[in-house]
Ligand binder design. Structure first.
Ligand SMILES: Nc1nc2c(ncn2[C@@H]2O[C@H](COP(=O)(O)OP(=O)(O)OP(=O)(O)O)[C@@H](O)[C@H]2O)c(=O)[nH]1
Ligand SMILES: [Mg+2]
Length: 522
């Protein structure tokens, strides 16, 4: 970790690397010392946070512990929401309203992202030498889209309407900033670190460097903790937003004991969003904008937190999120979130053991730099639910644009299943985002272009799901430290709450059965 001590040896490369710059002015020195002090404070906070996490984990030693693992945007938090909805509906209902701010932010961010693309393109048409930039939007590759993703400005006819829309929607920038400030660090998506695009090659998979990058907790690797975005939990945002709503409704009683927040920012945001509704719709439905997005290979409807088809509903001043809205919303998980699931209803026929009633579910941040933080949770986990999104065979990792997302999932899976610490865990695999896979294939994307080993099999969602299920199962068989370990695999669409509820019921039955068998055996 951070250390303020310095070696005086001029030959020492570390000392050379951290030595003050030559000719440092007193102001620069003061600024540097302030930065170092701040770095130390953050690191102390991280250490303290990890200590507390560890203590909480130990405290719940006797409880059944389920870890949700998988890359970023694989659907871990969405699955947690499904657990709540299926088994703890009263608790779920109580917190559903607090998701309104997240959904508003998702919508506003989509509009601002489109405005970024539009502005860049408009300035390009008026000044052909300036580069077009749209850092927030990642192109989603599709077979049917044009090559390169660089629209020719000469093809785009911008009118006075576009300039006017830009102007009238400008207040949404402030709304985005305010909502982000209210909700916190989780609202920032991980950015890319490098570029270029190889397809998923079996040659690359399995290389130990790749495995270490994908699974920094793998045996034999150094465990490093990354300070980047590392906040102990982003769960406090809910309390903050709830208190803001209570303030707005004058419910001072409910505000007591919560983080006190100025509710007026939420009120302003709701007001501005409502007043921009028509312009937002006009922008999203504009044919020139649609063509521009298409040429840029940006398919908004496939991105997480897509609410552009729900503008009428979400911009209402009294909008209340539905269950489906909440599972479709996107908020990145920062650190590790602990959720105590108290089953409100369980089958009478089910054995009324502790396992049937209360679980601790741990939802982790899935980006590469967050994965080292998973490790402390491995040693007494009872079950792993691993999410692998199967629609992303043609996508690149947001944090490393050289890596195919499916390849990253396989490497991560390998790291998880071969970990000796997890040898006794029940392993559950969700091949998620089946609906998006169907949509992509319907748009003409060819699987074998990105996954050469798929070869000449039929280009269909069921065939790919079956193929990948087999691959994941084979890897489990090959790498598991304990061949008797139970393994269950499912194909899922986590935003389909009804179908997911029945999958989760089957997961729970499997877990209960396994636990009973073990108890009998003991
Ligand atoms: N269409 C579709 N969207 C899904 C599915 N599962 C999850 N999503 C969406 O994908 C986005 C990302 O899901 P999350 O649950 O936040 O992903 P995560 O694994 O928790 O990601 P991190 O917190 O960054 O590690 C959300 O907007 C979800 O609504 C699915 O099966 N189909
Ligand atoms: Mg998450």
């Amino acid at each position: 970790m951070y250390s303020a001590r310095r070696s005086n040896d001029p030959e020492d490369p570390l000392a050379a690397a951290i030595a003050p710059p030559p000719g440092e002015s007193p102001e620069e020195k003061a600024a540097r010392l302030r930065r170092e002090e701040e770095a130390k404070r953050i690191n102390d906070e991280i250490d303290e946070g990890l200590k507390q996490d560890r203590a909480a984990w130990k405290k719940h030693k006797s409880m059944f512990k389920l870890l949700l693992l998988g890359q970023s945007e694989s659907g871990k938090s969405t699955t947690l929401k499904n657990f709540q909805l299926a088994f703890a509906p009263k608790a779920w209902k109580a917190e559903r309203a607090s998701w309104r701010a997240v959904i508003q932010l998702n919508l506003v961010r989509s509009i601002n992202n489109i405005l970024d693309v539009l502005s860049a393109e408009m300035s390009k048409s008026s000044n052909p030498t300036s580069p077009a930039t749209s850092p927030a939007l990642r192109p989603i590759t599709t077979e049917s889209s044009g090559a390169g993703g660089n629209a020719s400005p000469s093809h785009t006819q911008f009118s006075h309407t576009h300039a006017l829309l830009k102007l009238r929607l400008a207040p949404l920038r402030r709304v985005e900033a305010d909502l982000k400030q209210l909700i916190g660090a989780a609202t920032d998506e991980i950015g890319e670190e490098s570029a270029s695009t190889p397809p998923f090659s079996s040659a690359g998979a399995g290389a130990s460097d790749d495995l270490n990058a994908a699974a920094p907790f793998a045996e034999g690797t150094t465990r490093r903790r990354h300070a980047e975005f590392y906040v102990r939990s982003n769960d406090t945002w809910r309390e903050t937003v709830r208190s803001a709503y209570h303030k707005l409704s004058g419910n001072e009683e409910a505000v007591r004991g919560t983080v006190v927040t100025d509710g007026s920012k939420l009120e302003d945001a709701t007001e501005i969003i409502a007043s921009c509704a028509d312009d937002m719709k006009a922008l999203w439905e504009d044919q020139v904008v649609r063509d521009l997005l298409k040429r840029k290979r940006i398919r908004m409807e496939l991105s997480p937190g897509f609410f552009l088809n729900d503008i009428d509903r979400i911009t209402q001043r009294d909008y209340e999120p539905s269950d489906n809205d909440v599972v479709r919303s996107r908020l990145r998980t920062v650190g590790v979130q602990e959720y105590k699931l108290v089953m409100e209803k369980y089958e009478r026929s089910a054995p009324t053991t502790e396992v049937a009633r209360e679980w601790m579910i741990y939802d982790v941040g899935g980006s590469r730099t967050s994965r080292a933080a998973w490790y402390p949770y491995f040693d007494d986990a009872n079950a792993i639910l691993f999410l692998a999104p199967i629609s992303c065979f043609d996508e690149l990792l947001a944090e490393d644009r050289r890596v195919n997302r499916l390849e990253d999932s396989f490497l991560l899976w390998k790291g998880v299943i071969q970990s000796k610490l997890l040898a006794k865990c029940i392993i559950i695999l969700f091949l998620n985002k089946y609906d998006l896979l169907e949509k992509k294939l319907a748009a003409g994307v060819k699987i074998n272009k990105y996954l050469p080993s798929f070869a000449e099999r039929e280009n269909s969602a069921t065939v790919l799901a079956h193929y990948l299920h087999q691959k994941f199962r084979e890897q489990h068989r090959e790498y598991t430290p304990d061949p008797t370990r139970p393994f269950y695999g499912y194909v899922t669409t986590a935003i389909d709450t009804k179908a997911t509820a029945s999958t989760l019921a089957s997961v729970r039955d499997g877990i209960l059965r396994h636990n009973l068998q073990r108890a009998d055996f003991v």
